[in-house]
Design a protein around this ligand. Structure first.
Ligand code: OOG
Ligand code: NI
Length: 470
């Protein structure tokens, strides 16, 4: 008799819950943040029925409370190769390539996440996954040493690897295997207070870059933050101090708007954690800062055209006002951001008409009735105008490189700005990964097209295309 497999969605949900519980005990402020976000989200939904209806319509309402992203930093190509296979067990694939070296952080990254709309609505858990670029360590001796330390560690338990292989061979895991897999996989993300290096090596790695010490000195790639999604990031940011949390000075990403776009994020500083160094005659204690808290607010995914406008506006603001260490000029930055982003339309209709953002189309009950009576115009714009065809924003599921660099830097200490004279190296990243990363814009475009096809089918107008303003 064939064995029944559990869905990858279920394994991802079990894993997210286990990870959230673990992080709550490791970083108590995370639990406080989850409570604050839940309060603010409930209040938002209460006072904004339009928002509630829209989220219910797109299937997002249910996922808000379980929605999280996390981040890890890996040390070797083999570690990245295996993490791809581990995340595949939970229905997550690599989407997008982010080069952070341009911002002085010696890593390149991808996002592992579910891809299909149904899977996203069950649980959109994503992990921003970075790979250290050892070739960016200038000191050859130190580079070789770091390589040797990393080559000697095993970040996956043998049982986790066996279950990944079983999943690959059998095409799934049974309930019992899934439960075991979640517990084993969690081990990779756990914090270890015992460094694998001595105090002197730690210091040299740390002097090269704090991030290098974080990746190289430990048994595994501890989860460094877990981020809940809020419906009002400004409210959470303003209320964090009430709970003893101090956020970074500015919110990364676009300004507050009526129609949210892309992603807004803010984080609070890393914890100082006690560590014990290895290889010493007597115990040597130290401390390490790596783990932090973050919140995010998500808005509509932008098309290539919308994204180009976003990038241009953001670059112009950053060229004009540079926020200093300690948050000087934060007010001027926020003001400039709000001012310059007026160039990006702030209504769903204009964002759609000008092809700046992605939308999910659906046939309305009135449209289906009109179709049955044979009274439909065949022009999609007329269908929308008469209320026969509806559209709702497709939420952005990915990350933003400039924002990610800001999050990295704020948690590593702003004194560490370095610019590496190097090109991004996507080919090397994909070779290590053992797969190509998916193009996020293509994924959004496919979802928009599929929704339009289904809507037209429902209206008996199969094949009708939509024209937007070029
Ligand atoms: C990842 C920082 C980026 C985000 O949300 O953009 C990030 C890291 O610090 O490892 O988490
Ligand atoms: Ni993050």
């Amino acid at each position: 008799m064939p064995q029944a497999f559990v869905s990858t969605d279920r394994i991802r949900s079990l894993f997210t819950e286990a990870m959230s519980q673990m992080y709550r005990t490791e970083v108590p402020q995370y639990g406080t943040l989850i409570e604050l976000v839940a309060e603010v989200n409930a209040a938002c939904l209460e006072k904004d029925p339009e928002l509630r209806d829209r989220l219910a319509g797109t299937g997002e309402l249910e996922r808000i409370d379980v929605e999280r992203h996390g981040a890890i930093r890996l040390g070797t190509a083999e570690e990245l190769f295996t993490i791809r296979r581990l995340f595949a067990v939970m229905g997550m694939q690599a989407v997008g390539y982010y080069d952070l070296s341009v911002a002085g952080v010696p890593v390149h990254s991808t996002c592992f996440r579910p891809i299909g709309e149904a899977a996203l609505n069950v649980n959109p858990f994503r992990v921003f996954t970075s790979l250290l670029r050892l070739e960016l360590i200038e000191d050859e001796g130190l580079r070789g040493e770091a390589q040797a330390i990393l080559a000697a560690r095993r970040i996956y338990t043998p049982r986790a690897v066996a279950l990944i292989e079983r999943h690959e061979q059998n095409g799934g895991l049974t309930e019992a295997e899934a439960t075991e897999f979640v517990a084993e996989a969690l081990e990779t993300f756990r914090w270890h207070g015992e460094a694998t290096v001595n105090a002197e090596t730690y210091k040299r790695l740390h002097d090269a870059h704090r991030l290098i010490a974080d990746v190289v000195s430990f048994k595994g790639p501890h989860i460094n933050h877990l981020t809940p999604r809020t419906l009002d990031i400004d409210a959470v940011q303003a209320r964090m101090p009430e709970r003893g949390i101090t956020p970074k000075a500015v919110i990364e990403g676009p300004p507050r708007r009526h129609c949210d776009i892309l992603l807004r994020q803010t984080s609070f500083k890393a914890l100082e954690e006690a560590i014990v160094f290895s290889g010493e005659e007597s115990t040597v204690r130290g401390s390490h800062t790596a783990r932090f808290g973050e919140i995010e607010q998500r808005g509509v995914a932008l098309t290539a055209k919308g994204r180009a406008l976003y990038d241009r506006l953001l670059a112009s603001v950053r060229g004009e006002v540079q926020v200093g260490a300690g948050g000087t000029k934060a007010g001027a930055y926020d003001q400039e951001l709000a001012e310059r982003f007026k160039a990006l339309p702030d209504s769903w209709e204009e964002l759609r008409r000008q092809d700046l953002a992605f939308f999910r189309y659906s046939a309305t009950p009135a449209g289906i009735t009109a179709a049955a009576n044979g009274a439909l115009p065949s022009d999609p714009e007329a269908l929308i105008a008469r209320g026969y065809l509806a559209f709702a924003p497709v939420v952005y599921e990915d990350f933003l490189p400039v924002s990610a660099a800001g999050i990295f830097q704020s948690n590593l200490g702003t004194d560490q700005q370095q610019n590496y004279a190097t090109r991004s190296n996507r080919d090397a990243f994909e070779a290590a990964l053992g797969a190509t990363v998916k193009d996020e814009l293509a994924l959004y475009a496919e979802r928009q097209a599929a929704s339009l096809d289904a809507a037209m089918e429902a209206l008996g107008l199969a094949g009708l295309q939509l024209k937007t303003v070029a």
